[in-house]
Write a new protein. Sequence first.
Length: 181
Amino acid sequence: SSSFELRRGSDNPLTGRISIQPIFTFSFADYARYFIVEKDRHVFEDKIQELSQMFKDSLVRGDLSSAFSVTKKTGVLINAYDLKKKFENYLFFGGFPRIISDRSNDYSKYLRDLLTTTISKDILTHVEIRDPQAFERLMVNMCLMVGSLTRYKKFAELLGMDERSVIKYIDYYVESHWTFI
C-alpha cells in the first residue's frame, strides 16, 4: 500500500536500507493453481502448456480445424478442473492473496478498508485532489465497469467533473497499483 509514496519519493531517506519489491495480485492462472491439489498442479500446468502451444502452432499454420480441435480438448480440461467456477470466483473475489487464502473473514470490509487506507494515507497525503469524494466514486465506478470499454468522458459525465481530472485521478490509481490500463 505504500507503493505510491515510495514511487514518488518519500520524505524519509531510505537509501541503502530498502529494496522495493512490488507484490501484485494473483493472475487468474495463479488463482487456479492455488486451488488445484498440489500433487495435480504439475500435470495441470503441463497440459495447459501443451494445449497452448498446440493452439499457437495451429494458428501460425492457418489450420483452423486443428485450432478448433484444441479448443474442444481445452473444454475437457476446463471441466476437469472446474475452471469456469474458479473464474467466476476470481472475478467476484479478486486476486488479493489474503482474500484468496482466508474467505472466512469479512472480505468486503477488508477490501473497503484497504481502498480507503490507500486513498487516504497513500494518495491524498501526497497529491492535491480537489474533490476526494469524487476520487473515491471514480474507483467505485471503475470497479463496476471492469472489463468494459469506456471513455474518460463517460466517467467525467457520471461524476460531474472535467475529463482532465478523471485522467489525472486514474493515473494516481495506476501509480498506486489499484488499476491497470
